[in-house]
Design a protein around this ligand. Sequence first.
Ligand code: MG
Length: 312
Amino acid sequence: MAKQEKLTILVVDDSVMMRNVISQMIEKSGHNAIVAENHIQTMKYLRTQRVDLILMDVEMPVVDGFVLTQMIRKKIDHWIPIIFLSSNDSDDYLTKGIDSGGDDYLTKPVKEVILNAKVRAMTRIARMQSELDDLNQQLAILTNIDPLTQVMNRRGLENFMTKSWQINYRQKSEISLLMLDIDFFKPYNDNYGHVQGDKCLQEFAQLLMKSINRASDAVVRFGGEEFIIILPFTPISGARFKAQEIIALLKSTAIKHDFSSVASFVTASIGITSTSLHAKDHLELIKQADSALYLAKEKGRNQSILYQAEKH
Ligand SMILES: [Mg+2]
């Protein structure tokens, strides 16, 4: 027989005799059985420990197996296979069980060989389910990435900032944020064409990736030719240094741009801010960087400007 993994199976039944009989069958087949006699114990187990499968009695006082299953489906956010056990074998009952969120149905008295077969089948499904969950997680990562430049997209920024903001709040540290815009990108695109324009965006994004050096830093394509760099645990002086580094890096990389009025190569304007300037949330932080970026453009591009709170 193939080596099987040891599962934790929760037996929910109001009858102590039934709990014992079923648990023994489970232990005999090499799995671990835990028992609950009502909905309260069941929910407590599900919240505090790993359960791979539930064998659920239907006829129970107070909260029956169907209602309890609905509760589980509503309150437990991961899927656990549930097999009903009932002495009632009518089609109507079976339908009701599946409708309430159960996965299979067994009639009492339960034959050991049938129970084992069902457990094996359900384990297979549960394993596929967990593989699917992994896949979904990978997909979630993919949906946070801009396909053209391979840096984070706006949605990734939203997730990243929400998390960083919480960490920052707890640790009372500083987050700096740079908003960058490629200067004269429209004439670049119009004259060199979209394919070359896309290449320029990719090179620019790569250059930004090269400029960050900690795992906690992030580069985001905010939209079009606008990018954001997030530097957690970094004072604004560090952000300013980073901006100067990027401007120098653009100069030494020298991506040819004959249609720019400030240089013969691709340059960027950069707005800088940090949480030390009292943004109340990450949206305001982005807004601050954006208004500093606007000033950098106004003042002639190819430079960085620190955000300054407006004076009234
Ligand atoms: Mg019962």
